[in-house]
Design a protein around this ligand. Structure first.
Ligand code: NAP
Length: 340
């Protein structure tokens, strides 16, 4: 016996990837409902060999469904996730709406799987921000060994992190640069993204940091350890899929770069590719479609007593969203629902 699963936002970047991953990982699905907005009614999406037609989230009855994977943005989540949870369907949500709610666990299964028991307070589990998810799978095993005091991270985030419209804007604007009569001004992004980088993701806060930067701070604390200090600069770059991060870590205890490399080689969800030669590191185009978070360029930071630098790359639509959500569903199945 398997699960009755709902994917809400099935026509979006994350929703489509959720369907791919449910199929690739042979998640025990008995029945699958694919939902989107009314304007997409009947749109076809792929689930393995099958083609399914989307129905309207607005009129869907969640009664009798086990798990709903939500990837519809905060506004629609606010409207529909409580409805699903009330009907007894456990929501795994990709938006930021519930991430900081003390009654909602925020989970990266490789890091804090035990937090799953907290799901029952609201019948909702939150999936972290894409840039946080890939960073914490690398931080956790290092923290367990040498206790992280502070992290300084700069991100290089792909346009797919901004949804379908982000991908379209980079594609159309890149073509228009070569055809100036077909001008494509910035719409989804705040400045030209083609052949450019933009140090601004999500809204500005009073402190001067952006909400995306604040999310990395708050979520790392909630998932790994509240005592870790994090400071982030989040930057959008003209890459379609795959987020990269330059991470500087300061530890309580000394941690040699070779030992760090060995710890990361053994860590779940991590793949170390770290040769000190041309091409001996991973770039975003190589991580697309992969499950792993890739770590390269591990090296001592000689400017502080116990410091390391590393380069972290992952498919933001996978570990940063859809894969992590399906891993949470697997965890829920193994530890709580036990049907599959
Ligand atoms: N992309 C990433 O790297 C990433 C990472 C982590 C988290 N997330 C989060 O995941 C969510 C989805 O992101 P995305 O990149 O997949 O966005 P997207 O490509 O723009 O897709 C949005 C999806 O939500 C549906 N939707 C939007 N409003 C709706 C409504 N009122 N009723 C029903 N369906 C509605 C859309 O349906 P229609 O096609 O019918 O409009 C579409 O299926 C967001 O909360 C985002 O913050 C994204």
């Amino acid at each position: 016996m398997g699960y009755r699963v709902v994917v809400a936002g099935a026509t979006g970047n994350v929703g489509r990837e959720m369907l791919n991953i449910l199929s690739e990982r042979h998640f025990p699905v008995d029945e699958l409902a694919v939902l989107a907005s009314r304007k997409s009614l009947g749109t076809e999406v792929s689930f393995g060999e099958k083609t399914l037609k989307t129905t309207d989230l607005d009129t869907f009855d969640f009664t009798g469904w086990d798990i709903a994977l939500f990837a519809v943005g905060s506004e629609a989540t606010k409207q529909y996730a409580p409805k699903a949870a009330k009907a007894g369907c456990i929501v795994i949500d990709n938006s930021s709406l519930y991430r900081y709610d003390p009654d909602v666990p925020l989970i990266v299964p490789e890091v804090n799987a035990d937090a799953i028991t907290g799901y029952s307070k609201k019948n909702i589990i939150a999936n972290p921000n894409c840039s946080t998810a890939q960073m914490v799978v690398a931080l956790k095993p290092l923290h367990d060994r040498a206790t992280i005091k502070r992290v300084v991270v700069s991100t290089y985030q792909s346009v797919s992190g901004a949804g379908k419209e982000g991908i379209d804007e980079l594609w159309d604007q890149t073509k228009s640069i070569y055809n100036p009569v077909d001008d494509k001004p910035a719409r989804k992004f705040t400045k030209q993204i083609a052949f450019n980088v933009i140090p601004h993701i999500d809204a500005f806060m009073d402190s001067g940091e952006t909400k995306e930067e604040w999310k990395m701070v708050a979520e790392t604390k909630k998932i790994v350890d509240p005592s870790i200090k994090v400071t982030a600069t989040c930057v959008r770059v003209p890459v379609f899929v795959g987020h990269s991060e330059a991470v500087n870590i300061e530890f309580e205890d000394h941690l040699d770069e070779d030992e760090a490399r060995e710890i990361l080689r053994e860590a779940p969800g991590v793949m170390v590719i770290d040769k000190r030669e041309d091409g001996g590191y991973v770039t975003p185009v190589e991580c697309v479609g992969d499950f792993a978070t890739f770590i390269s360029r591990i090296r001592q930071d000689s400017t502080i007593d116990n410091g390391l630098n590393l380069w972290c790359v992952s498919d933001n639509l996978r570990k940063g969203a859809a894969l992590n959500a399906v891993q949470i569903a697997e965890l829920l199945g193994n530890r709580v629902l036990q049907k599959g």
